[in-house]
Design a protein around this ligand. Sequence first.
Ligand code: PHB
Length: 387
Amino acid sequence: MKFNQKKILVALTSLYVGFASAQNTTKLKVGLMLPYSGTYASLGNAIENGFQLYVKEQGGKIGGREIELVKVDDESEPSKATDNINKLIKRDNVDLVVGSVHSGVAMAMAKVAKDTGTLLIVPNAGADAITGPMCAKNIYRTSFTNWQPGFAMGEQAAKNGIKKVITVTWKYAAGEESVKGFKEGFEKNGGTISKELTVPFPNVEFQSLLTEIAAAKPDAVYAFFAGAGAVKFVKDYAAAGLNRSIPLYGPGFLTDGTLEAQGAAANGMLTTLHYADGLNNKRDAAFRLAYVKAYKMQPDVYAVQGYDAAQLLAIGLNATKGDVSKKAEFEDAILKAKIDSPRGTITISKSHNPIQDIYLREVVGKENKFKSVASKSLADPARGCNL
Ligand code: PHB
């Protein structure tokens, strides 16, 4: 009798252990909240393409779970962002959210993610606060902070002998923080900002700004625009003849995924970014081949960030056997990982932002050609994050 009781106990215990460590095999619902319309539409599409490509390469499963996507077009509209992410979490019951492109949208998403404990992976928006004062255990980013490419370009511009710069951007967090990063790197190395110009997002009426720049004759201009707005700005700048006398610098968003449309207007431009053409690493070569085969177009930085969002998710979920609620194990795996990104190997900082090389690139034809490493393993200062 006693012997049998013991046997039953052993059997029950192993059954329990079996359950407790079992792989979750139900579908994983991923909310994709991205701009599919407006000036950033092409960025949203590239992020989704990159994400889907990685999932396909894993046979449709991440962390042992089949992926189901629930998509929302956030229109790069901050005022709708809280409602949009709440619908994904409360109505659609997603297990996690991936998004978005626009910093204002992403900050509203980060607030909801923090309040509800939902896992959020940011595949673009650079708002410094997301991995600064708003940082949280359940929020990760696979892209950059607005500070990172800006700061690297500030140092680079000073190195190039530029002394006086006018900055120009859309007036919202991303542009303002990009300019702030540039200013920090530039002023530290002896440069001066003579004027900071802005236009409301997503306005593309640039004529009066260009007239002001032409009259002021700075040594260079530093501009933050992206997507369709970047195409228009670079073309207008060249049409006004300014590119012949005043070099146009910027973070790489100014020329990434836009060169087909910008044509000769972008030729020779120098930008800084965590991705480039001609990086010559194996992972990038394989990624580009697969991307072109799947989508019949070249990938850009946004596609890389989407691809890496899926990679980061896989690293976390492989460690937790597909369980998104095991936040400590998920984080532990990610902080230890060396992520094999098409941009080169990256690690994730304690504040959950990539530590990465920032490249200096030059536009040659339809390419943002790698020139040099402008800033090696650049980590955002993560001011205000206490993780
Ligand atoms: C942003 O809003 O953070 C943002 C948008 C587009 C970019 C880069 C940053 O290309």
